[in-house]
Ligand binder design. Structure first.
Ligand SMILES: NC(=O)c1ccc[n+]([C@@H]2O[C@H](COP(=O)([O-])OP(=O)(O)OC[C@H]3O[C@@H](n4cnc5c(N)ncnc54)[C@H](OP(=O)(O)O)[C@@H]3O)[C@@H](O)[C@H]2O)c1
Length: 324
């Protein structure tokens, strides 16, 4: 809107519209009638689809919009790659196969490799291309998206925990590199592909080796002005205590490929990533201003309990393996 674009949103309306200047079309993408009504309220230069999860539904939506929209920007994920998170990857890496008209049951979850979600998103990518053609489709594959309004609770959990101060269980090594992308940089890049007419698939993560877990937690301490000290517990110790990766300690995952997603193609096409410290600062600001900082219910399903954190830390200290 700042660039003078006319913006239409289409969703069920469970959250407030951003601005009164947005044209709001309420509807459910799984309702053919709602999708038809949406198509009739066009036309548009481009569609940005952030909620396509089932191929057959994405195919229906994209087919309905193909006559009234110039480009389809589909928000996908790195989970479409067969080897994520086990191995480093680029856009040349193998993508899971899923037909464009697959239903919600296609694909299976495996222990540490492919997930049904990944198969389904791959089928959605194929559906977008089937309806719009490769030269009118842009596929964006983020890894982890952080920033203000993040409701998953990954960064908010760390900010809550660090703000509470004391001895914080810090996972693995402070030198582990991470590459979450700021939601605002992802959005800016999505719009950039529209203005530039950029087609194809892009990994949309911060550059490999650009930030570290140690830097992230230091940024959390700085943003919250917390009196926290970090006790770095090695991966193998956490694993021996059964600490769940990704959920009990958000963003902590040990596989080689998690944070080794090549992003050179997106950078060459215009992706610009702000420093992680700004994402952390602005997320904390949003949490404080919106009351999110004291809303622990939202983060309840993610994160280790304080009791279990203390137990693991105590066991680690007693083991005598901790560097003095
Ligand atoms: N979060 C991450 O770290 C991450 C990482 C990689 C990829 N992604 C991808 O990024 C995209 C956005 O993620 P998100 O977690 O923000 O998605 P989300 O919670 O599913 O919803 C995004 C938007 O879609 C609307 N929506 C959902 N279901 C709808 C339906 N049936 N009909 C119409 N509108 C619907 C929601 O509004 P209403 O509820 O009002 O309908 C909301 O505005 C997803 O495609 C996801 O796969 C996310």
């Amino acid at each position: 809107m700042e660039a003078g674009w006319e913006v239409t949103t289409f969703n069920r309306g469970s959250s407030e519209p951003f601005s009164e200047a947005v044209k709001v079309v309420k509807g459910d993408r799984t309702s053919p009638r709602d999708v038809q009504a949406l198509a009739e309220s066009g036309s548009w230069d481009a569609v940005v689809d952030t909620s396509g999860y089932v191929p057959t539904n994405t195919l229906e939506v994209a087919r309905a919009l193909a006559p009234v929209a110039g480009r389809y920007v589909f928000m996908s994920t790195v989970s479409v790659y067969r080897d994520w998170p086990l191995k480093p990857l680029s856009e040349h890496s193998e993508v899971l196969y899923c037909p464009p008209d697959a239903g919600p049951d296609y694909g299976t979850d495996t222990e540490d490799g492919p997930t049904r979600y990944g198969y389904q998103k791959s089928g959605c990518e194929a559906a977008a291309v089937a309806a719009f053609g490769a030269d009118r489709t842009t596929i964006l594959r983020p890894g982890v998206v952080l920033g203000p309004r993040e409701y998953v609770g990954r960064l908010p959990w760390w900010l809550h925990r660090v703000a509470a101060g004391g001895d914080v269980l810090a996972p693995g090594s402070p030198d582990r590199t991470i590459q979450p992308v700021d939601v605002r940089d992802l959005a800016t890049f999505a719009l950039h592909t529209i203005t530039e007419g950029t087609s194809g698939a892009f990994n949309v993560c911060a550059p490999v080796d650009g930030a570290t877990f140690g830097g992230l937690l230091a940024d959390c301490a700085h943003a919250t002005r917390a009196d926290a000290s970090f006790d770095w517990v090695p991966d193998e110790v956490l694993l021996s205590h059964g600490v769940r990766q990704w959920s009990e300690l958000p963003l902590w995952r040990t596989f080689d490929g998690v944070w080794r997603v090549e992003t050179a193609r997106a950078q060459a096409a215009g992706l610009r990533c702000r420093p992680l410290s700004l994402t952390v600062r602005d997320t904390w600001r949003w949490m404080v201003e919106s009351g999110e900082a004291s809303n622990h219910d939202r983060a309840a399903e993610i994160g280790i309990s304080r009791e279990r954190e203390a137990q693991v830390l105590a066991a680690w200290r007693q083991s005598g393996e901790r560097a003095s």
